[in-house]
Each structure stands twice: as C-alpha cells, then as structure tokens.
Ligand binder design. Structure first.
Ligand SMILES: Cc1cc2nc3c(=O)[nH]c(=O)nc-3n(C[C@H](O)[C@H](O)[C@H](O)COP(=O)(O)OP(=O)(O)OC[C@H]3O[C@@H](n4cnc5c(N)ncnc54)[C@H](O)[C@@H]3O)c2cc1C
Length: 480
C-alpha cells in the first residue's frame, strides 16, 4: 500500500495505543493525503465488562501522550464518548460521513462482542468506503497455527512448537514509525460530537490513579529494553518468586496496546539472538509471550469462552458453594492465609499481581473456598491494570481445571507449601501484610500465622477433600 490514493483516512484506535509498530496508523499514513485518528470510549460497555478504573485511567493518560505524538505526525486525535458498542459504531459512522473519510483503518479485536460490532460496521459501510483491518494483537494471527488435521490446538506445548515453526515460515516485522507524513487537516468539525475530555476529573470512567505505570510510549520502550538487557537472561530462575523483581511487568502495556508483542520479540531477538536459538532465560520469556498468543487463539477458535462458559462443558455442573462472606474475605485479603492475603492486597493496592500468586489465589478461591471461578475472573478484571479477557479467562479456567490444557482437578495448591517454596523468607508477605512484620519466617507461612494473625477462614485439608468430592460427583453426573 504505497500510493497515496485516499484523500482522508481515519484510524480508529482501540487496543493499539502507540505510534511505533502500529499497522493501522502506519498504513493509513502511507496511503493517505490526510489522516485523522479517533478513539471512542464506550463507558457503559466497559462497566458491563468490569473494566478496572485503573486500566481506564492508564488508557486516558496514554491518550494524552499519544495525542501530542500524533500531532507531530500531523494526525489530530479526536476522543469521543459513547455508552455502548452500538453507540460507538454509530459515532464512527457519523464521523466518517461528517469528515468525508474515504478509508477506515483499524486493528481487529477478537472478543465476540467486538467481532459482532465490527461485522455490523462493515455491513453498514461496505461499498461507501474502503475498510482495512489489521491483525495486531498477536505476532501470529489466530486461526493460522493449526495441527495436522487443520484444527486449532487445545494443548499448549504442541501449539508452542507449531507457533515457532509458523514464525519461521512467515517471519515477522516491526513497522517502526509511520514513514509518510500526512498533510494536516484543519477543518475537522467536531462541534456536534460528544467530545471526551482527557482531564482526570471529566474522564467518564474515573476512580483510580494509574500514575505508577508508564503512559509515555518512550518510557514503555525503555522498560522493555531494560528488562531485556538486564533481567531476561535470569527470567527462568527468578520468575516464580514474588519478592524478586524477576518478571517484566509489561503486561499493562501489552493489554492496552501501548506496546506490541512484536516489539517484545524484536527486542528479545536483538539482545539474545534468533527466537529459535535463545538461551534458557530469554527462551522462557518468549514462552510466556506464546502463552499470551495461545489464549487469544483459543478464544477465537472457541468463542463460547467469551460467554461465561467453561471451555470443557463437562465442568459446567460443579455445584460451587459460593459463600458471599468467604468471597469478601478473599477480595479484601483477609482469609488468614498469609500469602493469599498478601497477594490480594498487592492486587487491591497496585492493580497488578505476580503470576505465581495469580495461580495460588485463583486455586484457593475455586478449590479451597469452593467459589465459582467466574466470580474471581470478574473481580480480577475489576482490579487489574493489565486486565485482558483472553489471558484472564485462560488463567482462571486453568486454575479451576475447566479450561483448555488446564491443571487437572485433583491438582490443588497447598497455600502453606507454596508460600514456603516461593516466599521462603516471607519478604513478600511482610511487604503487604503489615501485621506480620517482624514475625519469624517459619511462622509466616501457616494459616493464621501460628496464632499471630487473622484466623484462617477454612481448613485447607478439609476443603481439599470437599473439593475433590465436588468435582468427582459432578463429573460422574455428567458422564451418567
Ligand atoms: C488467574 C490468572 C489471571 C490472569 N489474568 C491476566 C490478565 O488479565 N492479563 C494478563 O496480561 N495476564 C493475565 N494472567 C497471566 C499472567 O499472570 C500475567 O500476564 C503476568 O503476571 C504479567 O506480568 P509480567 O508482565 O511481569 O509477565 P512476564 O512474566 O514478564 O511475561 C511477559 C508477558 O507474557 C504474557 N504472559 C505471561 N504469562 C502469561 C500467561 N500465563 N497467560 C497469558 N499471557 C501471559 C503477558 O503479556 C506478560 O506481560 C493471568 C494469570 C492467571 C493465573
């Protein structure tokens, strides 16, 4: 796409909030005399999806930076406010008409409601203008990593091998900054549009401060570079210990698209060699990026996971006890299990939680508290700065054993053993649970911390047994 054959194009930004390696923006600039960028906040829709206020705030701050970076490219950014996806779509159509747009450029989103919105838009405007969709969320696009029977993979390890093979055959490219500078449009009429201010006070989805996370694209890239240069080589050794700064904490940026997975791969390759020949640390980090792709591909191949359904239908019948008080104690980080509580407090205070801890608290909610994984999935979405439907749903269904390539139902984490193994000195626990500071490490891991803390809300041994019976009974019923 090199001829400038459009007079005016519109880039509808979604989860691709960046200048570098943004295919929709890059190609719009390449192919058009003038370009305008649009972002539409669907505030009520976000509420329905339990989007966390902290992620919404990160999006707002990222848009502030993006607006000035886009201005340097002569691309004005218009931010509008809608309620639902239907209103969002209608507004995009209104802008197209009002601004005399002759091509729309956008990156695909793969969740079912988003796909339905885009199909409806395509249906309404096809023929009136050109639509260019880009697969930006994954390095290898969904539906293109298939097994010998041309079916999508349900199991991660063969997926990962096939993914690397596919990468080898199709390659990947990081686009960098747009090469062409469009002419500045000076007559954008937005007087009749519901403009959305990027001031914190007027943002339609307020309530949290994301200032601990980078909103400036250059700072995000600096964090990627620093992780790759200084910590990726030790990733395999350090990644499971929450008291160590061993993982990248790039998930907030990958979730909103202020960073692309291709940029991560390019940096890793630049510092550590080709993706097929990486040493252990960097290779393990790449495997995590492939997990991210796996869950996106699973969601596209089995969209029922977007509709509150277990990946494995047999596991729909588990009679969760769903005790509201136990759920509240888990949400507040007051279960009496020190590591679980420290983890939940990390989530509540920072919007982020270490992966090892996500696995532990998710297993604890489902298999010790016997609460439906969907309750936890929603709570996570409402708090996480990196909330991403596919990764979150995949993680929860893995922990509850209802998902693709999930932990078997009889694998039940013992919170005390996990605590001794992954936080042996109790440094992480003491960082988040003030009451336990100064207590000797060997007491820190026990439920109730040996009488020095909140009483444990359940007895792990007892609940383990109950959990096994619950799963066994419901699976037997399904089989019968
Ligand atoms: C119950 C549960 C819920 C989760 N919810 C989310 C979520 O909403 N959003 C989210 O991005 N991740 C989620 N994860 C996956 C993982 O915990 C986070 O991606 C990771 O902790 C982010 O920290 P990081 O950036 O330091 O990761 P790193 O260890 O540095 O990994 C690099 C990147 O790979 C991706 N990644 C790593 N592990 C996984 C994984 N298991 N599944 C999918 N992608 C992965 C992330 O994009 C991450 O930023 C969840 C995991 C579990 C068990």
């Amino acid at each position: 796409m090199t001829d400038r054959h459009y007079q005016r194009s519109c880039v509808w930004l979604r989860r691709d909030l960046r200048i570098l390696d943004n295919p929709a923006l890059y190609h719009a600039c390449d192919a058009s005399e003038a370009v305008v960028a649009l972002y539409v906040v669907p505030a009520e829709q976000w509420q329905q999806y339990h989007k966390s206020p902290i992620q919404a705030d990160l999006i707002r701050r990222t848009l502030v930076h993006l607006r000035s970076e886009l201005a340097q490219l002569n691309v004005p950014l218009v931010v509008l406010q809608a309620g639902s996806f239907a209103e969002q779509r209608a507004l995009v159509q209104q802008c197209i008409g009002q601004w005399r747009i002759d091509a729309l450029f956008a990156s695909r989103e793969y969740e079912v409601d988003e796909v339905a919105r885009d199909n409806a838009l395509q249906h309404d405007i096809e023929g009136n203008l050109d639509l260019h969709w880009f697969d930006d969320r994954c390095i290898i696009k969904p539906n293109s990593v298939l097994n010998g029977s041309a079916q999508p993979y349900k199991v991660f390890t063969p997926f990962s091998k096939a993914w690397l093979k596919e990468l080898h055959s199709v390659g990947w490219q990081c686009l960098g900054r747009p090469q062409q500078m469009p002419k500045l449009i000076t007559d954008i009429d937005d007087s009749t549009l519901p403009l959305c201010s990027l001031e914190a006070d007027s943002w339609p989805y307020a309530g949290a401060d994301s200032s601990a996370y980078a909103a400036d694209g250059q700072e995000v890239i600096a964090q990627l570079r620093q992780f790759s240069a200084e910590r990726a080589a030790r990733y395999r050794a350090d990644r499971d210990f929450p008291a160590i700064d061993g993982t990248s904490v790039l998930s907030p940026y990958l979730a909103i698209g202020s960073l692309s997975a291709r940029q991560c791969l390019a940096r890793l390759s630049h510092d550590h060699g080709s993706p097929w020949e990486l040493a252990e640390g960097a290779k393990t980090w790449l495997t995590e990026l492939i997990w991210r792709e796996f869950y996106q591909h699973v969601m596209v191949a089995w969209p029922h996971v977007c509709k509150d359904k277990a990946f494995k239908p047999d596991y729909e019948a588990i009679p969760w006890t769903n005790d509201g008080q136990l759920f509240d104690s888990w949400c507040r980080g007051e279960t009496g299990f020190p590591l679980v509580d420290a983890a939940m407090r990390q989530l509540n205070q920072t919007g982020w939680m270490h992966n090892r801890l996500r696995m532990i608290v998710a297993s604890f909610l489902c298999k010790d508290l016997l609460i439906d994984w969907r309750w936890g999935e929603r709570y996570f979405m409402s708090k996480l700065v990196d909330g991403d439907f596919a990764a979150n749903n995949g993680g929860w269904q893995w922990a509850a054993s209802t998902g693709t390539d999930a932990a078997p139902y009889f694998r039940i984490f013992n919170p005390e053993t996990q605590s001794k193994r992954f936080d042996d000195k109790g440094l992480f626990i003491q960082q988040y649970v003030e009451q336990l500071r100064g207590l000797e490490a060997k007491l820190l891991h026990q439920a109730g911390a040996g009488g020095n803390y909140l009483p444990a809300v359940v007895d792990h041994k007892e609940r383990r047994q109950m959990c096994l019976e619950l799963y066994q009974q419901s699976l037997k019923k399904e089989a019968g």
